[in-house]
Design a binder for this molecule. Structure first.
Ligand SMILES: *[C@@H]1O[C@H](CO)[C@@H](O)[C@H](O)[C@H]1NC(C)=O
Ligand SMILES: *[C@@H]1O[C@H](CO)[C@@H](O)[C@H](O)[C@H]1NC(C)=O
Ligand SMILES: *[C@@H]1O[C@H](CO)[C@@H](O)[C@H](O)[C@H]1NC(C)=O
Length: 636
């Protein structure tokens, strides 16, 4: 029992207040069999009587069908039902780019509310955590002086693409700089008048471009993040604050961090250095105490020429002959991509969990997730099988043992397990579970249980004694916290990647989430690729778990497919639906408040991520096209 709050009152009032509270509590608790344990979830402490509010909210739904005719078509049942809605206040302002399709959201630190509408006063607008600031990571790419044949150019473009995608997936904003940024720097002329060694000249251009942009990370485009999301160096870099000008032992000039002031000072010191005409790098030219060296790190892989010659003989031998350099270059992008993929696979040693609560009726529902899991567990194509990234000499190459794919009925918070979750809208789930092509209010009220998905999915994590409302905060944490979002991918059943994307190229969206290109060609895709030994076939679909129930027959599966199709169409466009259908959808949502809330949260979370990426790529594509155009102008 919590402490009696009435002890703070004068003695006589205490008795009255205690009695009143006791009376109210008995009324609330009558009829509910389970009690709420505030110890299980910290949020319960803040949500008084979650269970009671839930049942009273549901009680309103129980009587909904009596009221519906009077409420008319525009009834927005869930909104006035939501018990957590605050007292009347105004909805928060619309933020820029905060909608996509039917998904709408509001980014705010108050996202850990069970119900978004208590903040947004709008059932359809989910509160998401603030978008994480992406610190810029700059690379300098100067096409002048690089090889000009088409194969090399394509390989370099591919490498820049691989580089950008890998850094983006780790929470950065990768930016490709070029000569114009260096030219923009006031010290550019001073540097030009010095007669520098070509190595230092190149280095100065990189630093001028970097200083021109300001505080940040300067990275070679052959240096990539090759580690788990929470690698200490990557976490440090993501913080965006670099108190000291730092270089990294073993990475040569692959990676530097520093403030604008420190970078400017280093440039000045180099220009004024008496040895400027003889030294070959900035680090040699500046006083030793102006730059620190971090020697304990392992998160970055740098494919420098020296590393390639010592570790990847197959490529090094191509580099030794002028006629095969371009061939060697074009082996690098698939090699690096395979290392990124393998590093991901090595991070999740427990495998991939394709979440499958309510197993009897959801085989079709999780099919897109199974597809993604199979592609993720497949061995990447690589020109040098069984090779390891430069920074991870003891990696486990994906040769014969594929990653394990399981279909557990509950979410498991294991740090080495990657979860692919698929949440159905309550409408979809209800129609699948009850094998109904249409739903009506009476049926929902009489025959269906509430919030089946969230109760099932979190049964192990949170036990069985908690109300569905009290589980919402944990589900949101699983999806959107820094810890959770690095270990899971969440989809809505109605908009899986291949359906929500109008063009197949949108499948690449997933590549930006994972930071590498997923294998998506089985063996024979018609491309004239040389067969590479060790290339693995796509793993077969996993044996799915069905708990105590029997696996569905082919006929039952076909029926699931049909019901899913109908549900997708029903959910597809609100505009195309009849008012009566919309009403049913609203009633289903009101009956399953927690499931609907989780569904809307995940829908918005996915939509925002895609929008963020697309907005950036548009901006950045213009820019990198510019880099290449400038190059083409130069050589023609
Ligand atoms: C999962 O585990 C991590 C680490 O143990 C913890 O920080 C996190 O809060 C857990 N998430 C949930 C939803 O319980
Ligand atoms: C997975 O790979 C298959 C071919 O093996 C491909 O058809 C499918 O589009 C891929 N899916 C994703 C999500 O990459
Ligand atoms: C919104 O998105 C558009 C295009 O994606 C972009 O041009 C615009 O700058 C974005 N607005 C904000 C405030 O981010």
């Amino acid at each position: 029992m919590p402490r009696n709050p009435c002890t703070y009152l004068p003695r006589r009032l205490q008795i009255v207040a205690t009695l009143t509270l006791f009376l109210l509590a008995s009324i609330y608790f009558l009829g509910t069999s389970t009690t709420v344990s505030p110890a299980v979830d910290p949020y319960l402490a803040q949500i008084p009587y979650a269970k009671q509010l839930q049942s009273s909210a549901h009680h309103v739904v129980d009587n909904l069908d009596k009221h519906l005719p009077a409420l008319g078509v525009n009834v927005n049942a869930p909104q006035w039902l939501n018990p957590f809605r605050g007292a009347a206040h105004t909805p928060p302002p619309q933020q820029a780019n905060s909608s996509s399709g039917e998904a709408r959201w509001y980014s705010d630190f108050k996202w850990r509310n069970p119900f978004s509408s208590s903040v947004t006063l709008d059932e359809e607008r989910a509160v998401l955590p603030p978008l994480r600031e992406r610190p810029p990571v700059y690379t300098y790419f100067d096409a002048a002086g690089r090889r000009k044949d088409a194969v090399s150019k394509q390989a370099e473009q591919d490498l820049l693409h691989v580089w950008r995608r890998a850094w983006w997936a780790k929470g950065f904003k990768p930016i490709v700089l070029g000569r114009p940024e260096a030219l923009n720097h006031p010290q550019y002329r001073a540097v030009q008048t010095l007669e520098l060694a070509p190595e230092l000249e190149m280095e100065m251009m990189r630093w001028l471009a970097w200083a021109n942009m300001g505080t940040g990370i300067l990275c070679n485009w052959l240096a990539l993040p090759m580690a788990a999301h929470d690698d200490p160096l990557l976490s440090f870099l993501r913080r965006g604050e670099y108190p000291e000008l730092t270089r990294y032992a073993g990475l040569d000039n692959g990676l530097f961090v520093g403030t604008k002031a420190a970078v400017e000072a280093a440039l000045k010191a180099t220009i004024n250095s008496p040895d400027v005409k003889t030294v070959k790098s900035i680090v040699e030219a500046i006083p030793a105490d102006t730059i620190t060296t971090d020697s304990s790190h392992s998160g970055i892989a740098f494919y420098s020429t020296a590393i390639i010659s010592s570790k990847y003989a197959a490529i090094a031998s191509k580099f030794s002959l002028d006629s095969t350099v371009s061939e060697g270059m074009s082996m690098l992008p698939p090699l690096i991509n395979s290392h990124l993929h393998m590093t991901w696979q090595n991070t999740f040693t427990s495998g991939i969990a394709v979440l499958k609560p309510l197993a009897e009726h959801t085989t079709t529902l999780i099919a897109p997730a199974i597809d993604i899991a199979r592609n993720l567990s497949q061995c990447p194509e690589t020109p040098i099988p069984a090779s390891c990234p430069p920074n991870r000499p003891r990696c486990k190459p994906c040769v014969s043992s594929h990653m394990l794919i399981s279909t557990p009925p509950v979410f498991r918070n294991t740090s080495t397990l990657f979860t692919i979750g698929t949440i159905p809208h309550p409408y979809t789930l209800t129609s699948l579970r009850h094998d109904r092509t249409t739903l009506d209010v009476k049926f929902i009220r009489r025959e269906t249980s509430r919030d089946a998905w969230i109760l099932a999915a979190t049964k192990e994590l949170l036990g069985t004694g908690l109300s569905s409302f009290a589980r919402l905060v944990s589900v949101k944490e699983i999806v959107a916290s820094e810890y959770g979002s690095a270990r899971g991918l969440w989809l809505t059943a109605e908009y899986p990647p291949e359906i929500s994307s109008s063009e197949s190229k949108d499948l690449e969206e997933l590549d930006w989430t994972f930071g590498f290109s997923l294998p998506r060609s089985p063996m024979d895709d018609g491309k004239s690729e040389t067969p590479v030994p060790g290339r693995e076939r796509r793993p077969p679909p996993p044996k799915q778990e069905f708990g105590d129930s029997t696996p569905p027959t082919d006929a039952e599966l076909a029926n699931e497919v049909r019901l899913m199709e109908l549900a997708r169409r029903h959910m597809g466009s609100a505009a195309g639906n009849l008012a009566a259908e919309l009403k049913v959808r609203e009633v289903v949502e009101a009956w399953n408040l927690a499931d609907a809330e989780a569904w809307k949260f995940i829908r918005a979370w996915e939509a925002r991520r895609t929008l963020e990426r697309r907005g950036w790529v548009e901006e950045e594509d213009e820019f990198s096209k510019g880099v290449f155009h400038r190059w083409i102008d130069k050589i023609t």
